[in-house]
Ligand binder design. Structure first.
Ligand code: SF4
Length: 408
């Protein structure tokens, strides 16, 4: 896998080892800059799909991930893993978000910025060198959002028009970006996103004295939604929450996520557990455990893929509105499945509510029972059911797991 260090070295040397790669003069670029701007995206989630503007979310089709600064990966529905060059345009920002190392109030070690031509050339070289298949571009706001958006768009325009780059591009829209810039982005890139960060205006005002939740973020999401409706952005828009930077509950994040899907037509919500960074306004706040982020992804999955209703989902939260570090589907099942279920009789919806049974295995059960009666758990295991978990909620051939009563 190509690392940020390798990208920086390649950029610095102007060396690309693919025979087809063109070597440009990148002597203005240095290792420190490529590394700093790549590392600036560490907490941005960019899971998405592949090049050629083929879309996108299919249940179980991909499980994109970020993890490393510099490159992010995604799996396409056909199982291909693609990499995207992931970078900031600049790590300078006029906003004062307390959690962010790019904020004007943070003690940022050094400011860096690409020129549009530099970034376009570097992306193209990485693409031609077969290191990445696309670009994920985010940024701080150097002088003002119009100027920075203009420069980011110029990079994309150079890639698309001058260098005829057809790879996948995900562009982060800056808070407060103009309608005109969002419209231009919609015509050039595959996907855009703007981070909603928190569930409400009041939480945002705790975290930033300069960013206006309604105007800078929600209004821009509406602009994006409008452009999607007009046929732009084949891979739609996504958003991201920073989990636990303010005192918000998981329930509040989840409810906002529902509004993002229902009102903003967002395709996916991503969650990034708050990570305390030295030099920022929240450096003394504790970082949030990674499991909190993972449990929210499971909740999202229950909503989007399993189609759980909100009144069922409520059971996953404790009285204060937080998720516990255990499978939320299990918490819901304990509270809503009152007697063991016979897989020979259950509807698809009932099967999907049993821990250990997913969409694929539920489908397998429905198909199998058309041919034969299900009477032992080995038949279920062969279909992918995790019987160790499912057995508490099943009855088979009149027999049920003896400790079902433990859940009561
Ligand atoms: S607007 Fe974005 S880049 Fe700027 S300080 Fe806030 S979170 Fe950081």
């Amino acid at each position: 896998m190509v690392t940020l260090e390798k990208i920086a070295r390649l950029a610095s040397d102007g060396q690309f080892d693919s025979p087809g790669a063109t070597i440009y003069d990148l002597d203005m670029m240095n290792l420190q800059k490529v590394k700093a701007l790549g590392e600036g995206t560490k907490h941005d989630i960019c899971a998405s799909t592949a090049s050629k503007r083929k879309v996108v979310d299919s249940p179980g089709g991909r499980i994109g991930d970020v993890i490393k600064a510099g490159v992010c990966h995604a799996f396409t529905p056909d199982g291909r893993c693609v990499g995207m060059f992931k970078t900031l345009f600049t790590n300078t920002c006029q906003h004062e978000c307390k959690y962010c190392p790019n904020a004007s109030v943070s003690h940022r070690p050094k400011s860096f910025k690409y020129t549009p031509e530099e970034l376009a050339k570097l992306t193209l070289m990485l693409y031609r060198g077969n290191y990445v298949e696309g670009l994920f571009l985010s940024s701080g706001i150097a002088s003002d959002e119009d100027r920075t958006m203009e420069e980011m768009l110029e990079s994309v325009r150079l890639l698309r028009e001058k260098y005829r780059f057809q790879g996948y591009i995900h562009l982060k829209v800056l808070p407060g970006a103009s309608y005109e810039h969002i419209k231009q982005a919609s015509e050039l890139v595959d996907r855009v996103s703007i981070n909603v960060e928190t569930p409400s205006k009041s939480y945002m005002s705790e975290l930033s004295s300069t960013k206006d939740y309604v105007n800078d973020i929600l209004q821009r999401q509406k602009y994006i939604r409008h452009n999607i409706a007009k046929g732009g952005l084949p891979a739609g828009q996504t958003t991201q929450f920073i989990v636990g930077a303010a005192q918000e509950t998981d329930k509040e994040i989840f409810d906002r996520m529902l509004s993002e899907y229902n009102e903003m037509n967002v395709k996916r919500s991503y969650f990034s557990a708050f990570c305390s960074v030295e030099g920022t306004g929240l450096e003394n706040n504790p970082s949030q455990p990674r499991w909190r982020e993972n449990r929210l992804y499971q909740m999202d999955w229950l909503h989007r893929i399993y189609k759980f209703e909100n009144k069922e989902i409520e059971h996953a939260f404790d009285e204060a509105g937080f998720l516990l570090n255990k499978d939320p589907k299990l918490s819901i099942a304990i509270n809503t499945i009152h007697s063991p279920i016979d897989p020979n009789e259950a509807s698809k919806e009932e099967l999907l509510r049993i821990p250990g049974i997913g969409p694929k295995s539920a489908y397998g059960i429905l198909k199998l029972r058309n041919r034969e009666r299900i009477w032992k758990k080995e038949q279920l295991a062969r279909l992918g059911v995790v019987t160790k978990r499912a057995r508490y909620f099943l009855k088979l051939n009149g027999w049920q797991y003896s400790s079902l009563g433990d859940w009561a």
